[in-house]
Design a protein around this ligand. Structure first.
Ligand code: AMP
Length: 192
């Protein structure tokens, strides 16, 4: 099963992706986590993307394509995977279509987690306060605003790109985490 999780920063994509990974025994691919790991380990990629990520801008499509193309060939992706944070714009969506069709694979479902922007702002400021010790460098209000702008400008148009897919699922992400995960599970179970 191949699933794309769509939603603005702070919508809970990472949390829900972990539930889906465990329930459906598929790999969780978070491009944000992969890039943060590269920055932490000061790899060649990490050194290139550090400043871009700290500003809340998007990393180049070419770098992301290489990252994703390699990652989905890993053994743990044989049973499927959930994409959390990719694609982020139209070009990435087209690249993904291409690499999937090259290996005769299809997207089984797109899950859009819907959350009001006013709630996102509260959530992310809260997250920045909670993790004072090791807060994400991109978790402050100014950077959040930039990330939301990037989302509206680049990522939101993917809603119309994917909405005609036969399994386009919209989930109310303003409910409790457990209710959101239950709703996602029920919808995905119906696909089988
Ligand atoms: P995330 O954890 O998904 O919010 O990603 C954190 C940061 O990593 C983003 O603000 C971007 O700088 C970068 N990033 C993650 N995924 C992508 C992507 N698909 N395209 C471009 N940049 C990305």
């Amino acid at each position: 099963m191949i699933i794309i999780l769509l939603g603005p920063p702070g919508a809970g994509k990472g949390t829900q992706a972990v539930y889906i990974k465990n329930q459906f025994k598929i790999a969780h691919i978070s491009t944000g986590d992969m890039l943060r790991e590269a920055v932490k380990n000061q790899t060649e990629l990490g050194l290139i993307v550090k400043d871009v990520m700290e500003r809340g801008d998007l990393v180049s499509d070419d770098l992301l394509l290489k990252l994703i193309d390699q990652r989905i060939k890993d053994d743990d992706c044989d049973n499927g995977f959930i994409l959390d944070g990719y694609p982020r714009n139209q070009k990435q969506a087209s690249s993904l279509d291409k690499i999937l069709s090259q290996s005769n694979k299809n997207i089984d479902a797109i899950i859009q987690i819907d959350v009001d922007f006013s709630i996102l702002e509260k959530r992310i400021t809260g997250r920045a306060d909670e993790n004072k010790g090791e807060k994400r460098v991109d978790d402050n209000l100014e950077v959040l605003k930039n990330r939301l702008l990037e989302y509206v400008d680049q990522t939101e148009p993917l809603i119309s790109y994917y909405s005609s897919h036969e399994n386009y699922i919209v989930i109310n992400g303003m409910n409790d985490i457990s209710k959101v995960s239950e709703d996602i599970k029920n919808n995905l179970n119906k696909l089988k």
